[in-house]
Design a protein around this ligand. Sequence first.
Ligand code: 1GP
Length: 251
Amino acid sequence: QGIYTQIQEKKKTGQKSFAVLVDPDKVQPDQLESLVRHAIDSRVDYFLVGGSLVISNHLDECILAIREQCDIPVILFPGSPSQISRHAQALLYLSLISGRNPELLIGQHVISAPFVRQSGLEIMSTGYMVIDGGAPTTVSYISNASPIPADKNEIALCTALAGEMLGMKLIYMDAGSGARKPIPEQMIAAVAAQITVPLIVGGGITDPEKAYRNCKAGADIIVVGNALEKNLSLMSEMSAAVHSGSYSTLP
Ligand code: 1GP
């Protein structure tokens, strides 16, 4: 069964998923073992691997190390076409539909198309929407495109609808890694109420309650990176909040 089919089935049954973002630049190979162990114990659904830059060249190594230790699917979340590894299972084939930079809408896809096809990866076309996270993030700087203002729900909604009607299989709303302000729940709710494809939400989520609230607002997959880099023990609480559909402040 493909990863996309699995994501769709979960959406149909109202199951929410928790994805851990692994940036190969930030995780040293010797830290991966403990990260993966935490992920297994916490019932993490997916690993997203990638980053805006990826300066180091241990992408393959990082993915292989994850896959050796567990069956959690590894999905590429590439910041550029150079971040493709055939060792992953699937690829978020991102088009930056919130921006007006033609290179990130279609240009880089044309150049890398034969290479992407040959990779054998499951390709999941993804309408990627960067939302203003309160301060410039790496993705907003690197993409050379304005993010959607955080209070413009109607722009977010129309962008997501256009992405879906263009055939995108997923919509990913991202405030950017380490965003000061995560995406407001009202914006997530406005988008989720109108689209039929699964909705991924990430950027600046630092506590389980926010993860839970985003799910309630309609997100199908919650992505967390930074907060877990700082405190790995948050993983189980975050994952539980996403899966249980409830959040309790009790210990
Ligand atoms: C960034 O959505 C991801 O692209 C995750 O963001 O690192 O802030 O959790 P954080």
